[in-house]
Design a protein around this ligand. Structure first.
Ligand SMILES: C[S@@+](CC[C@H](N)C(=O)[O-])C[C@H]1O[C@@H](n2cnc3c(N)ncnc32)[C@H](O)[C@@H]1O
Length: 249
């Protein structure tokens, strides 16, 4: 990622990491997603984009061809993922779903285009000005499959997070990476615990594994378990491996 790109990104106050709980500050009390006692100035001066580093890196590592992102805010997470996808220089497409409920920011198609173009990601992003509930009734939704990156950061109410997950879980590729934001702290208001509540439910599926990043408002990554972590796999290796020499290492 170019230094000048980051300078441009951070020249927009709306994209400061702390704004949507993406800062490099411990999640949980007493800071609740970086809202208090957080030295934002220091992070900005040192160009620390907090969880943003992960978003960009996930895109570079996993090289998604089809990404679906729900909840734009001002685009902190989606722009960084899209930038990673763009830098991969492979055929790819990113579907952004957001009805612009917070304000009118995404309502003007031309302005939206210009906003994404200003971060050099306009050509891979397609924005849909819909709630997920509306989007599932579109032909575009029906045509989407083989998702390899899914990011859920829209409404934090349980019913909505559950809907977002339900709408896309069966369209995921086997090796897909799923990102849930706001999974640790945001406020003591129990209505905001939707992402964690949904996670607790879906992780009952023993085929899934997760990892919490305890920064900002919390990020949890989920993926299907790989066979390597199963005991049977290790047993199989033990049985198959002929060279039992344990003098090395
Ligand atoms: C917390 S912000 C997303 C922050 C963003 N991911 C970021 O990194 O800055 C939540 C967004 O979810 C959107 N939203 C709320 N309810 C939604 C729904 N039912 N379907 C899709 N998007 C929704 C809002 O319009 C708002 O932009």
């Amino acid at each position: 990622m170019l230094d000048s790109w980051l300078d441009n990104f951070l020249s927009n106050k709306d994209l400061y990491p702390n704004r949507t709980g993406q800062g490099s500050v411990a999640a949980g009390e007493p800071s609740f997603g970086g809202r208090y006692d957080y030295n934002e100035e220091k992070d900005i001066n040192t160009k620390n984009i907090g969880l943003g580093w992960l978003y960009y890196s996930f895109a570079r590592l996993y090289k998604p061809k089809i990404a679906v992102m729900i909840g734009l805010g001002r685009g902190f997470l989606p722009i960084l993922i899209a930038k990673g996808m763009k830098d991969n220089d492979i055929d790819c497409k990113a579907y952004f779903i957001d009805p612009s409920l917070d304000d009118d920011f995404w309502k003007d198609t031309q302005k939206t285009k210009e906003w994404f173009n200003s971060f050099d990601v306009g050509n891979i992003i397609q924005h849909y000005l819909f709630t997920t509930q509306e989007f599932v009734n579109t032909d575009v939704y029906k045509g989407i499959d083989s998702i390899d990156l899914l990011c859920i950061d829209a409404s934090h109410f349980y019913e909505f997070v559950k809907f977002d997950w339900g709408a896309f879980k069966d369209k995921l590729l086997e090796n897909a990476l799923i990102l849930f934001h706001d999974t640790i702290s945001r406020s003591k208001n129990p209505k905001w615990s939707g992402p964690r509540k949904v996670l607790l439910e879906i992780l009952k599926d023993m085929e899934l594994q997760s990892f919490d990043f305890k920064f900002g408002a919390g990020l949890t990554i989920v993926q299907k378990k790989y066979f390597e972590i199963k005991q049977e796999y290790i047993d199989k290796l033990e049985n198959e491996w002929q060279d039992k020499d344990d003098s090395t290492f």
